[in-house]
Write a protein that binds this ligand. Structure first.
Ligand SMILES: [Zn+2]
Length: 621
C-alpha cells in the first residue's frame, strides 16, 4: 500500500513538472542533468566554460590583408572530458567550396583563413593540409587534443592567421573603401561548448548569425597613420595615439553629457594620430564577441550617459557626406536611458556603445555597423534596433544559430516606444506590411524551426515579425506590469548564460503563475498565420455583438472600432486570452445603445495577413 501511494505521489509531481510543450531529446537531458529546470531557473548544475583572449592584429587598408596572433586561455567548467576543441574560422565563408546561403561572384571567392601556426599548451601542431590532428570543413576547424582536457582544467591555444577582408560581397563585415572598413567574424573563435549540444558545430553560411561564449578580450590593433579605430570595449591608450588637439576633445567627451565633436570637417586634413603606425589597445570584459572598425577622414562625435552606478561612453564615427549620422549619438543616448529605466528596465550592461557608419545594419557587442539610412525616422529605427541587441543576444547569450527569434523578436519589440517618441512614426506598421507582402509568396514557418535551416523571407518572418507579434500579444495578455516583471526575472537569472526558448517560456509561466502552453504552442511551435475575420453582426433586441473567427489560428488581441450614426466612435480591445479555450469563433459584446453605422476589425498594431485592407461590417443602418 505504501509503495503504491509513493508511486502515485511521484507521478503527480512528475506530471506537474513536465510541461505539455514538445521538448527535443537534448534539452530533456539537460533537465535530467539539472543544468536547467522546468520552472525556468538555471539548474543547480549549470555551468559555462571560460575564455580569455589576447589578440594582436594589423590591418593593411591597401591590400586588405589582416594579420593576427591570438592566445586564448580556455577553462573547462563542464563535467565532460574534452578530446577536441572546435574553432570557427568565419572568413572561410568566402573560401572555394564552402556552403553558402547564396551565390557570390567568382571574384569574391578567396582562400579563406590561412592558419600559419597553431599550438596547444605551447606544443606546435602541423598546420599543413595533411595534418590529421587538425580538420577543417566549411567554417569550422577541429583540433584533436593530444592530452584530453579534464573538467576544471584549462589549456592555452595560440595561433597566427591571416585573411583578406572581403570587398566584393561584404556580408555584415568588409572593406567599403581604402579608408572605411568594418571588421567582424575575423579571429579564430572558440566555439561554444554547452550543456545541451556539446560543441556548437553549426557552420556559418551567411544568414543565421552567432552563438558566442562570454569572454574577456585584450586586443591590440595596428593601423597606419590617421586611421581611427572604433571597437568593442574600452580604449586603453588614447593618449599614446591621438594628436594633442583630438585627445583633448576625446577626453572632454569622456566627461560630457552634451555631444562633443571629437573630429570635425576641419580636422579631416590635419593629423589625427601621432605616429606613422598606431597600436590601438582595447579591453572588454564579459563580452560575447569582439568587432572593430577603421576609418580615415571620418567625423567622430561622443558623449557620456550617466545611469545609476554606471557611465556609458557613446560615440559615432561617420562619413562626412552623412546626413543623419550627426543625430546618432543623441538617439543612442536616449535609447540607452529608455532600455535602462523603461523596457526592459535593466541598466545598460556595458561601458561603451559605438555606431560606425559602414553598411547595412549589424550588431556586435558595444559596436554596431550601420549604413546611412534614408530618413531621420529610419535612422532612429536602425540605430535603436541594433542597440537593443545589446540585451538580446549579447547580454543574454542567445544561440541565434538555432533561435534567431529570441534576439530579433526582442530587438523589434523592445525599442518600439522609444522609436515612436524619437521618430514619431510606427515602426511596427512597416514590419507587418512587409510580412503581408512576403506572405503572398512564402510559407510562414513556426519560429521554433532551427534558424540555420531557414533563409531569406522565411528566416525574416519567423525571427523578426512573427516573434515580435507574439511579444506584443504576450504583453497585452499579461499586462505591462506582470510582463515586465517576468522579463526582468528572465534577464536577472539568465544574463551571461545561454537560455533556450524553454527557459524563456518556463520563466514567464512561473512569473505569471499559470501554464501558458496554450499561447506558446500556436505562436512558436505550430504552422499558423495572423488572420482574424468578421463572421456577422447581431442586434438581438438591443443586445449587440459581433462574431469574430480566428482563421489564422494565432491568439491575437481583437481590436474593434465602432462608428456610430451620431458621428461618435468607440474602441474595444479584447485580450488574446479570449482564444485560450480553443474556440474558433468568439462573440464580442458591444455594450452600446447607440445606432451603429460601421464596425472595423484590427488596427496598425495587430499583424494580419491582409494587412492594410479594412475589415468592416455594416450594421444597424
Ligand atoms: Zn536585428
Amino acid at each position: 500500500m505504501k509503495t503504491i501511494s509513493t508511486f502515485l505521489l511521484l507521478s503527480v509531481i512528475l506530471i506537474s513538472q513536465t510541461p505539455d510543450l514538445y521538448i527535443p531529446q537534448p534539452i530533456k537531458r539537460a533537465y535530467q542533468k539539472e543544468t536547467r529546470s522546468y520552472n525556468g531557473v538555471p539548474g543547480k548544475n549549470y555551468w559555462i566554460n571560460e575564455i580569455n583572449y589576447k589578440i594582436n592584429a594589423s590591418v593593411d587598408p591597401i591590400t586588405k590583408i589582416l594579420d593576427g596572433q591570438l592566445s586564448a586561455r580556455y577553462v573547462n567548467n563542464s563535467p565532460d572530458t574534452l578530446k577536441e576543441i572546435v574553432m570557427h574560422l568565419y572568413p572561410d565563408l568566402f573560401k572555394e567550396g564552402t556552403v553558402r546561403d547564396w551565390q557570390i561572384p567568382k571574384e569574391a571567392v578567396n582562400d579563406g583563413v590561412l592558419i600559419k601556426k597553431l599550438s596547444v599548451d605551447l606544443k606546435e601542431y602541423d598546420v599543413s593540409d595533411t595534418s590529421r590532428s587538425i580538420s577543417r570543413s566549411t567554417t569550422n576547424m577541429k583540433i584533436k587534443l593530444e592530452n584530453p582536457l579534464n573538467p576544471k582544467d584549462e589549456l592555452l591555444i595560440t595561433t597566427e592567421w591571416s585573411f583578406i577582408i572581403p570587398e566584393i560581397r561584404p556580408v555584415r563585415t568588409g572593406a567599403y573603401s581604402d579608408t572605411s572598413m568594418f571588421i567582424a567574424y575575423w579571429y579564430p573563435k572558440i566555439a561554444v561548448y554547452d550543456d545541451i549540444h556539446g560543441w556548437d558545430e553549426i557552420t556559418y553560411a551567411g544568414t543565421a548569425e552567432m552563438y558566442s561564449s562570454t569572454a574577456s578580450f585584450d586586443v591590440e590593433i595596428t593601423t597606419p597613420q590617421n586611421f581611427v579605430v572604433w571597437a568593442t570595449g574600452i580604449l586603453e591608450n588614447p593618449d599614446e595615439i591621438l594628436s594633442d588637439k583630438i585627445l583633448e576633445r576625446y577626453n572632454q567627451a569622456q566627461e560630457s553629457e552634451s555631444i562633443v565633436n571629437i573630429l570635425t570637417q576641419e580636422d579631416i586634413h590635419s593629423d589625427v594620430t601621432k605616429s606613422e603606425f598606431s597600436a590601438w589597445k582595447f579591453k572588454a570584459e564579459k563580452a560575447p564577441d569582439f568587432a572593430f572598425a577603421l576609418g580615415k577622414n571620418y567625423l567622430w562625435d561622443g558623449a557620456i550617459v550617466k545611469l545609476k552606478d554606471r557611465t556609458v561612453f557613446v560615440d559615432a564615427g561617420y562619413l562626412k557626406e552623412s546626413v543623419n549620422f550627426k543625430e546618432v549619438v543623441r538617439i543612442s543616448v536616449e535609447a540607452i536611458k529608455f532600455h535602462s529605466f523603461e523596457m526592459p528596465g535593466v541598466i545598460f550592461p556595458y561601458p561603451t556603445f559605438t555606431v560606425f557608419n559602414g553598411r547595412g545594419g549589424m550588431e556586435f557587442p558595444m559596436i554596431v555597423n550601420d549604413g546611412e539610412a534614408r530618413t531621420y525616422e529610419s535612422t532612429v529605427g536602425l540605430t535603436t534596433h541594433e542597440l537593443a541587441h545589446t540585451y538580446f543576444p549579447f547580454y543574454m547569450g542567445i544561440n541565434e544559430k538555432r533561435y534567431a527569434f529570441m534576439d530579433e523578436g526582442w530587438a523589434v519589440f523592445s525599442p518600439t516606444r522609444i522609436q515612436r517618441r524619437l521618430g514619431e512614426y510606427n515602426p511596427i506598421e512597416g514590419r507587418f506590411k512587409v510580412q503581408e507582402r512576403q506572405l503572398e509568396n512564402i510559407l510562414e514557418v513556426p519560429p521554433m524551426t532551427p534558424s540555420f535551416l531557414l533563409k531569406g523571407s522565411h528566416y525574416r518572418v519567423a525571427s523578426y515579425t512573427r516573434s515580435a507579434g507574439a511579444l506584443f500579444a504576450l504583453e497585452e495578455l499579461l499586462g505591462e506590469e506582470l510582463f515586465l516583471k517576468a522579463l526582468q526575472t528572465f534577464i536577472a537569472e539568465w544574463k551571461e548564460k545561454h537560455p533556450t526558448p524553454y527557459d524563456f517560456f518556463f520563466t514567464f509561466d512561473r512569473a505569471a503563475n499559470e501554464n501558458l502552453s496554450w499561447f506558446w504552442k500556436p505562436w512558436f511551435f505550430e504552422f499558423h498565420s495572423a488572420e482574424l475575420n468578421f463572421v456577422n453582426y447581431v442586434n438581438d433586441n438591443g443586445r449587440k455583438y459581433v462574431s469574430v473567427r480566428n482563421d489564422g489560428g494565432l491568439p491575437l488581441p481583437i481590436k474593434l472600432k465602432i462608428y456610430f450614426t451620431d458621428n461618435t466612435e468607440k474602441s474595444i480591445s479584447v485580450s488574446p486570452r479570449i482564444w485560450q479555450s480553443g474556440e474558433k469563433v468568439v462573440d464580442i459584446e458591444l455594450n452600446t445603445d447607440k445606432e451603429i453605422l460601421e464596425i472595423e476589425l484590427g488596427n496598425e498594431l495587430v499583424p494580419d495577413v491582409n494587412y492594410g485592407k479594412r475589415k468592416t461590417l455594416k450594421s444597424d443602418k
